[in-house]
Design a binder for this molecule. Structure first.
Ligand code: ADP
Length: 397
């Protein structure tokens, strides 16, 4: 059976899924897993579709193991172990930033890699790790096609007005504009919404991807028309460790009055802010929700207030709202956060059913709520697999 692998390589984790490829139709998930805690003590776990654990391994003294080392281990293991009946014919990757040049998925070559490298400063938490995985696999299997799928694609055709920053025109022409991210997640949500409730899908919908990274997307008829992330994945909502939208005057103050250098500002805004910075405890919503300290409560309140406030802005871009979808780690699991955001959006007609919300049901709004509120688990790996298969089929025709 031919198969492809979807890879989502982040700063401290690599998520992978193996999909079987039928001669026509959608890829089918066949196995999946994760390498976590890269840089500390990496842990690898993979399970087959029937739940059988395929491999479980921990490197307790593995702080120095790189993404490339761990991918090499995974690759060798996959070749020699129970996956041998599934022939891997390509690897699809999540690549966070495609810049102005790249929207549609692309087969990776040297020239593309060079261009994508130039975008690393615009997504320092993600792009270098996305590209490191591509380079590591190119060394291990130079003839295996690798396909880059961009998180910016879904937002590529949003209206011009939602792409412009209020800076001099020449800067827009140089690519300093609002791109938007989490596109693979939003594309998946748009497809699922179409299957679950075509009426809502064809209307005005806000999707809330609330994970370590967090953003909102305003979708009209399944297409992105606005989103909270912009030039980089730092903009918009408060996140696990990222500050989200920030008065640019604060950055000027850091430089002029506090003498901070660029590296420490980048570290502060990307890694020390958000839930972690405000609580002083953790970037993890589960940890904060279990605490009753004032700092933890303030961090959670600010997260919800900011999400509702940005939602208000996107409702204005849409000119109304028919549906609201929660997704990703927090959106799919944290009923307390959904309830708090819902409560702040009561004024637009959102009414959340407490029982349905507590039970993590698909539809969590009351029957009388003018806005349908849903939980739809995201699946970026599925979207990567779909793009990869489609591109392979197109190029082989
Ligand atoms: P990433 O952006 O790394 O893919 P995820 O989508 O996995 O992130 O989301 C991670 C976030 O989801 C963390 O803040 C985590 O605490 C939160 N989360 C996961 N499960 C739960 C849960 N059951 N209750 C509350 N928060 C949760």
């Amino acid at each position: 059976m031919k198969a492809i692998v979807s890879l989502n390589s982040g700063s401290s984790s690599i998520k992978f899924s193996l999909f079987a490829i039928p001669t026509s139709g959608e890829p089918k998930l066949s196995a999946g897993g994760k390498i976590e805690k890269i840089g500390i003590a990496p842990q690898l776990r993979a399970i087959d579709i029937d739940g059988t654990v395929l491999i479980e391994k921990e490197w307790r003294d593995g702080a120095t193991l790189t993404h490339a080392d761990l991918l090499q281990y995974l690759f060798t293991w996959a070749r020699d172990h129970p996956l041998q009946d599934r022939e891997i014919i390509a690897i699809g990757h999540r690549v966070v930033h495609g810049g102005t040049q790249f929207a549609r998925p692309r087969i990776v070559n040297e020239a593309l890699l060079k261009e994508l490298e130039k975008l690393c400063p615009l997504a320092p938490l993600h792009q270098p790790h996305n590209l490191a995985a591509i380079k590591a696999i190119a060394k291990l299997a130079p003839n295996l096609p690798q396909i880059a799928c961009f998180d910016t694609e879904f937002h590529h055709d949003k209206p011009e007005i939602a792409s412009r920053l209020a800076l001099p025109r020449a800067m827009h022409d140089q690519g300093i504009r609002r791109y938007g991210f989490h596109g693979l997640s939003y594309e998946y949500i748009a497809r699922r919404l179409q299957q679950i409730d075509p009426d809502v899908a064809s209307g005005k919908v806000i999707a809330a991807h609330l994970g370590n990274g967090a953003s909102l997307c305003a979708m009209q008829d399944g297409k992105s028309i606005d989103t909270t992330m912009g030039f980089t994945a730092l903009d918009g909502l408060m996140m696990g460790t990222r500050c989200g939208s920030l008065d640019p005057g604060v950055v000027i103050h850091f430089i002029k009055e506090m003498g901070m250098d660029i590296a420490s500002i980048e570290d502060l805004l990307y890694r020390q802010s958000g839930l972690l910075g405000v609580s002083g405890i953790s970037s993890d919503m589960r940890v904060l929700s279990d605490k009753s300290s004032q700092e933890a409560c303030e961090a959670i309140d600010l997260f919800c207030w900011r999400a509702a406030r940005e939602a208000g802005a996107l409702i204005s871009s849409l000119g109304g709202i028919d549906g609201f979808v929660f997704t990703a780690g927090i959106g799919e699991n944290a009923s307390n956060i959904r309830a708090m955001i819902g409560e702040r959006l009561r004024w637009v007609g959102i009414e959340i059913d407490a029982q349905a919300n507590a039970a993590n049901q698909t539809i969590i709004s009351t029957t009388s709520s003018p806005v349908t509120v849903m939980i739809i688990p995201t699946d970026e790996e599925h979207m990567i697999a779909l793009h990869t298969v489609n591109l392979l089929r197109e190029t082989r025709q």
